[in-house]
Write a protein that binds this ligand. Structure first.
Ligand code: NAP
Length: 382
């Protein structure tokens, strides 16, 4: 067994109605929070009103778009700095949470945001953060990553550093009851993807494996229930837990090629982040089965399809496991059914091939033709 370290500096507060403690946690950190949220859902579901009632003097930024951009975070950080805010609170899915992290960096460090892509590239400590997730998928509330669309190169890049772990994560499953079916499914599949990628990452550890396998089992058991019975509080809680575990996993392991490829499906064809990853799971994990059949077999078993830890069986079982889950969710495994265009796949493969950062934690080496083949398999739903 390999040596490993494990540090999760975020204080996690989990349970129904924990959202009511937001004001108290904010007051313990500072006097003037910068509250970051998305354009519609927090207001529509009443969460924004409940947050503002607990945060007198908060400065609100309620314009975060899905897949937040460097430009938008720079604009928001200017307001945060000008209004002298001393901490940042994220209320929303991965998009507001990641935007809040970038704003926390940029409030203390000059723009442009793109100069902070990479590990701890900022010089001044970011503002402290509180994260309140309203989707159950990204686990960003317990990670040190802020994933942004870099408008200069039209790709997703990550600002990373230990100071980006939120100081506190408030996980109230009741805030996820309002998730529509499609967002429930896409975000839940993102948690699954992160857990599966963590298991085959070159940085997986004994600690991350436990969390990742638990996450796979939770998603398998509870995501179909959360999708089909949106008011099922037990399912909502289990999925929020699964998402948090998946965040804890990638905080240790990073993500792998599925995420690297998924960004292309999102930015080129507008496929939701978690769904984009899910469509790549069967093709990429069949590939992973060539290098890591034992790990892939463990994942297939956690998803209800046990079998011998050898290549053809592991590859077959993981394909059946992923397709069975997608079938239960009523999701086509074919990217062509979600807006992907076959004539763009070659460009995606070429572009990806020139970006070594996407292969950092991925087993095996890939020719451009291999990447094209994987995109093609995802396109066809194989
Ligand atoms: P999201 O982009 O934050 O939100 C997706 C949609 O769901 C939005 O329309 C949002 O509305 C809506 N929504 C959110 N909460 C809702 C609720 N409780 N009820 C009803 N609607 C709700 O989706 P996400 O999948 O959570 O986040 C994806 C982003 O996270 C991507 O940019 C990805 O790169 C990033 N990510 C980051 C990490 C990390 O570790 N940092 C890990 C994985 C993914 P509003 O826009 O109105 O809020």
């Amino acid at each position: 067994m390999s040596a490993f370290g494990f540090d999760l500096p975020t204080e996690v507060v989990f349970g129904e109605d924990t959202f009511d403690c937001l004001g108290e946690y904010s007051g313990n950190i500072g006097k003037r929070p910068f509250l970051v949220t998305g354009k519609h859902s927090a207001r529509a579901a009443g969460y924004l009103g409940r947050a503002l009632a607990q945060l007198p003097g908060a400065v609100l930024f309620d314009r975060v778009e899905e897949n937040p951009t460097t430009t938008q975070c720079e604009e928001a950080a200017e307001i945060c700095r000008a209004r002298d805010c001393d901490h940042v609170i994220a209320l929303g899915g991965g998009s507001p949470m990641d935007a809040a992290k970038a704003i926390a960096v940029l409030a203390r460090n000059p723009a442009p945001a793109s100069q902070y892509f990479g590990v701890e590239r900022y010089t001044e400590a970011p503002l402290p953060l509180i994260a309140v997730p309203t989707t159950a998928g990204t686990g960003s509330e317990v990670t040190q990553y802020a994933v942004l669309v870099n408008v200069e190169e039209r790709n997703k890049r990550t600002i990373t550093g230990p100071a980006l772990f939120p100081a506190v994560a408030i996980l109230d499953p009741l805030l996820t009851l309002s998730l529509p079916r499609n967002v429930t499914i896409a975000t839940g599949l993102d948690a699954l993807s992160q857990a599966m990628e963590g298991i085959v990452s070159t940085h997986s550890t004994a600690a991350s494996d436990v969390q990742a396998l638990e996450c796979c089992g939770l998603v398998r058991a509870w995501l179909p229930i959360a999708a089909n019975e949106p008011g099922n509080r037990e399912a909502r809680a289990r999925m929020l837990h699964a998402a948090m575990l998946s965040g804890a996993v990638i905080a240790q392991t990073g993500t792998t090629l599925v995420h690297g490829m998924g960004y292309y499906l999102t930015l080129e064809f507008g496929i939701a982040h978690g769904l984009a990853n899910a469509l790549l799971l069967a093709p990429v994990f069949r590939w992973n089965a060539r290098h890591l059949p034992d790990r892939v077999a463990e994942i297939a078993a956690a998803l209800g399809h046990p079998g011998p830890p050898i290549e053809p069986a592991a590859a077959e079982n993981i394909t059946v496991a992923v397709h069975t889950l997608l079938g239960k969710l009523g999701v086509s495994p074919a990217a062509k059914d979600h807006g992907a265009r076959e004539d763009r796949l070659d460009w995606c493969a070429q572009h990806l091939s020139g970006d070594p950062s996407r292969f950092k934690r991925q087993a095996g080496t890939f020719a451009t033709s291999d990447l094209h083949q994987l995109f093609q398999e995802a396109y066809e739903g194989r």
